[in-house]
Design a protein around this ligand. Sequence first.
Ligand code: FE
Ligand code: FE
Ligand code: ZN
Length: 301
Amino acid sequence: MIIGSHVSFGKEQLLGSVKEAISYGANTFMFYTGAPQNTLRSSLDKDLSREALKLMQENNININTVICHAPYIINLANNKDDSKYNFSINFLKNEIKRCEELNIKYLVLHPGSSVGIEANIALDNIVFALNKVLDNTSVMVLLETMAGKGSELGSTLEEIKYIIDNVINKDNIGVCLDTCHLNDAGFDMSKFTEFLDVFDKVIGLKYVKCIHINDSKNILGSKKDRHANIGFGTIGFTNLLNIINEEKLKDIPKILETPYIGETLEDKNRLYPPYKFEIQMLRDGKFNEHILEDIRECYKK
Ligand code: FE
Ligand code: FE
Ligand code: ZN
């Protein structure tokens, strides 16, 4: 099982991410090369990158399964404002370069939101932008399946298919599934095998390179995108466990993006990462009824 979580990329850059992943008992991880909400990016320190690689090797983390996530503010779908559209394209190009520098193969990207323009024009904007950046690179951009919140594109298989069909360098494009987003987009995760069959027919399973494992706070088809902790949402522990153990996705990295846990339910000031315990629970294959207490106990001191 290749499983990890979202981790931070702080002062120690990739080395800090690796250390955090190891502390959760993970054998892979996902990071942003800076804050996910903004575009401030520090320059990469070669020594830290080298140390990160070494630590990964020592801990059986295969760098080819490690995932980078592009910041949310990149929107390739809307070109109403030329300067904003070009900024997004250039920023993505730069993120691809940073992945190359870090030897990271996969970069997850939200396809984009149309915000006021026709969806088919927005899809063509995404295709145009991707063809501009996916040239002569070792990095593969993974289109994330989205919940369909607001004017988000990529919540239907047809939209994902359209983008892939029109990207020229097929070796540089793939898909990242997200169980919360799929649920919210209307795909029933209790029928995951059937979903994979449809996905295979429409797009092709070979394009799936990563899967985000999240429970959902909202019902099937709600188009909301609010992640819940494993076993605490509408998808449920058993369905998520089935997805993780799906034979067809066995070599695909599973990444948790579940919310941090407050010391009390209302407490937003002290939040603890759930990943160590969620990973353990999924490896054991058994729901831990005391997981919230275990997490609080572990980080309290
Ligand atoms: Fe995402
Ligand atoms: Fe996700
Ligand atoms: Zn999400």
